[in-house]
Design a protein around this ligand. Structure first.
Ligand code: SF4
Length: 283
């Protein structure tokens, strides 16, 4: 099979130096790799929300759906339910995913929807020129908070873990090779996978040097241990000055929403036995 070139005719309008380029190049490399391993490109669907990140679907030549603000997750879930043979990858920004769309993420994690969500977490609203977002640190100075934000940030990975996500990882736009490995592992995971990418917004919140000094790769971490994952996830709270771990924090095999749904559909007169049937096949 010939690996398809994923370039499109769309002109790239991201700012020079934007961390979105690292995500774009990493996911393209992983998609090419998937093709070479036998996953046809027509079985891949990309979904984006609204924001600088969302243009990524314009720059990759495969099936895609440009959704509305905060709604990349439910659109991705709907596509997967309609055709379970598809590999569905959702892209969202931090404002998009952790602000407007947070309830959708919580429920996708809770039901273990079999989708991968990649969050371009630049910790600022970039497209609208620099307002504070759910992961901006306390004291962040931007367009809407010239005197400094008076809200502490949320820790989205902690929220996702407690909501039931079965794969959680963090990457950084400073390290493309590492990002590729994480994306590949997330895409191979059966169930709800979320990768929080510290994606530097060069124009409104340039954290290149800070991340360069602070990030480290997780080693000798037991990703199957919930308590260990929680401890590592809490080490850096998106505000304190702690070292920032990158890698897979948590990974667990569990029955997916779509498998439970198939069990129900195959035996819908008896919901309970249909679900049991699905569970017995997959746990
Ligand atoms: Fe990237 Fe920030 Fe420019 Fe948006 S505003 S394209 S996130 S550098």
């Amino acid at each position: 099979m010939k690996t398809q070139d994923l370039r499109t005719y769309a002109k790239n309008t991201w700012c020079p130096g934007c961390g979105n380029f690292a995500i774009l190049n990493s996911i393209k490399a992983v998609l090419k790799n998937l093709q070479e391993e036998g996953t046809p490109l027509e079985n891949v669907v990309l979904v984006s929300g609204i924001g600088c990140h969302a243009k990524i679907v314009d720059y990759i030549d495969t099936n895609s759906f440009y959704s509305i603000h905060g709604r990349a997750t439910p659109v991705a879930e709907g596509i997967k339910i309609a055709n379970q043979n598809l590999k569905v990858i959702g892209f969202a920004g931090d404002g998009d995913a952790y602000g407007e769309g947070i309830e959708h993420l919580i429920f996708a994690a809770k039901r273990n929807a079999d989708i991968t969500m990649i969050i371009h977490n630049n910790r600022v609203y970039g497209l609208t020129t620099g307002q504070y977002s759910p992961t901006s640190p306390l004291g962040f100075k931007g367009r809407s908070t010239p005197g400094g934000s008076i809200e502490p940030p949320m820790n989205p990975l902690e929220l996702m873990l407690t909501s039931g996500a079965t794969f959680l990882a963090r990457g950084c736009s400073n390290n493309i090779e590492f990002l590729q490995n994480i994306f590949k592992e997330a895409l191979n995971h059966k169930g709800f996978a979320l990768v929080d990418v510290l994606q530097v917004c060069f124009t409104f919140y340039n954290m290149y040097q800070y991340y360069e000094k602070k990030v480290y790769e997780l080693k000798e971490h037991n990703a199957g241990d919930y308590s260990e994952a929680l401890k590592k996830i809490r080490e850096w709270d998106y505000h304190n000055d702690s070292p920032i771990a990158l890698g897979v924090f948590y990974k667990k095999e569990s029955v997916t929403f779509e498998e439970r749904l198939s069990g129900y559909r195959s035996d819908k007169k008896d919901v309970e036995s249909g679900i049991k049937k699905a569970l017995s096949k997959t746990i």
